[in-house]
Design a binder for this molecule. Structure first.
Ligand code: OSB
Ligand code: MG
Length: 370
């Protein structure tokens, strides 16, 4: 059965984070998120655009999403009969960059497709896992004792691995203290492109801490320099920002630029390309895990579905709603078990309900396209 999207509703929501989140490129206190609702035959599918509030992670930001969706993404999909959601990615492939905006609509259509077929989304994309392993991403803190306290809280909650953000001035010395406080935990560091090859000797000092991996140490668009660095590092490199297509992954793997890849639905442009990227990594024995972008419940639920694919063998940055939000826009909120896992439900679509009343309270703008 094909699918024709009859209406698309864009919704800008604003919600404060429970705690600020700091990466090497800046601090976020409050999220401005665009949600996409795709409607057909009286059913709704939901997607989330995972861009940040400024164009510092990649070129997208909250303000770029709206005009791009209206002028270029939606017109290529609205009222067009799709044989399957796989067709959304190629229909918007003429757009350069802006994968997160494309993914916002693509993931909504996958959810809609699953709901119209009375199926859980994780089954519709070919997932199999009934429980996924979870880690946490901890931002740069104001002090080392604060960081140690946060790590302790998350370990007590059951999370299976700790990722800490690093930047020049908050790296080797801080990791040394974390390692001496927690000698045997699964630990990794994410630099969000804060270093260059000039920092090679400094980055080599990280090898003594037996990190699971270092994520995206070098430039957001430079696979070649990562290959140079990986040859000198014992610690596996995990690429995030650099990998925007399945083909980038093929090239990075071939060059030896990484040993692990983080998959984010937004960065990759949605489920269809994320599955291809997953398969490339699986064929090459490169383990993957699901990254996060401080998502609301909608994006979080999509990440959970994605993580059921078989090569998601490492704990992802997919964690409980309460770590980010006082109240989430989905019910029930995402919960994590004491052994650091999320259980996969059999409910249709992305598996959670939208809390319509609360969603209206946090909405600052909507627009309907048809
Ligand atoms: O690089 O993984 C990243 C948040 C914003 C921008 C980039 C990143 C992150 C995270 C947060 O690490 C992960 C999460 O949502 O918990
Ligand atoms: Mg990252």
């Amino acid at each position: 059965m094909g699918i024709t999207v009859e209406r698309i509703v864009l919704r800008h929501i604003r919600m404060p984070l429970v705690h600020f989140f700091e990466t090497s490129f800046g601090r976020t206190y409050e999220r401005d998120i665009v949600l996409v609702e795709a409607i057909s035959e009286g059913a709704s599918g939901w997607g989330e655009v995972t861009a940040g509030e400024n164009p510092f992670y990649n070129e997208e930001w909250t303000g770029s999403i709206w005009p791009l969706l209206i002028d270029f993404v939606a017109p290529r999909v609205l009222n067009f009969e799709l044989a399957s959601p796989e067709e959304v990615y190629p229909r918007t492939a003429h757009i350069r960059g802006h994968n997160m905006t494309r993914a916002g609509l693509e993931t909504a259509i996958w959810d809609l497709w699953a709901r119209l077929h009375n199926q859980p989304l994780w089954k519709a994309i070919g997932g199999a896992r009934r429980e996924i392993p979870c880690g946490v991403s901890i931002g740069i803190q104001d002090s080392v004792p604060q960081l140690l306290g946060k790590i302790e809280t998350e370990l007590k909650a059951g999370y299976q691995r700790i990722k800490m953000k690093i930047k020049p001035g908050w790296d080797v010395d801080v990791i040394r203290e974390v390692r001496s406080a927690f000698p045997s935990i699964r630990l990794m560091a994410d630099a969000n492109s804060a270093y260059t090859l000039k920092d090679m000797d400094h980055l080599k000092k990280l090898d003594e801490f037996h990190l699971m991996m270092i994520e995206q140490p070098l430039s957001h668009d430079d696979i070649i320099d990562h290959a140079t660095l990986q040859k000198e590092l014992a610690t596996p490199i995990c690429l995030d920002e650099c990998i925007r297509t399945a083909h980038h992954a093929e090239q990075a793997i071939q060059m030896g630029a990484c040993r692990i890849i983080n998959i984010k639905l937004g960065r990759i442009g949605g489920f269809a390309e994320a599955k291809r990227l997953h398969d490339v990594c699986q064929r090459n024995c490169i383990p993957v895990w699901c990254g996060g972008m401080l998502e609301s419940g909608v994006g979080r639920a999509h990440n959970i579905a994605l993580s059921t694919l078989p090569n998601f063998v490492l704990p992802g940055d997919v964690s409980a709603s309460r770590r980010y939000w006082k109240q989430d826009i989905i019910v029930p909120p995402v919960e994590v078990s004491p052994r650091g896992t999320i259980a996969i439900t059999d409910a249709v679509g992305f598996g959670y309900d939208i809390d319509a009343a609360f969603l209206d309270m946090v909405t600052v703008r909507t627009e309907t396209l048809q």
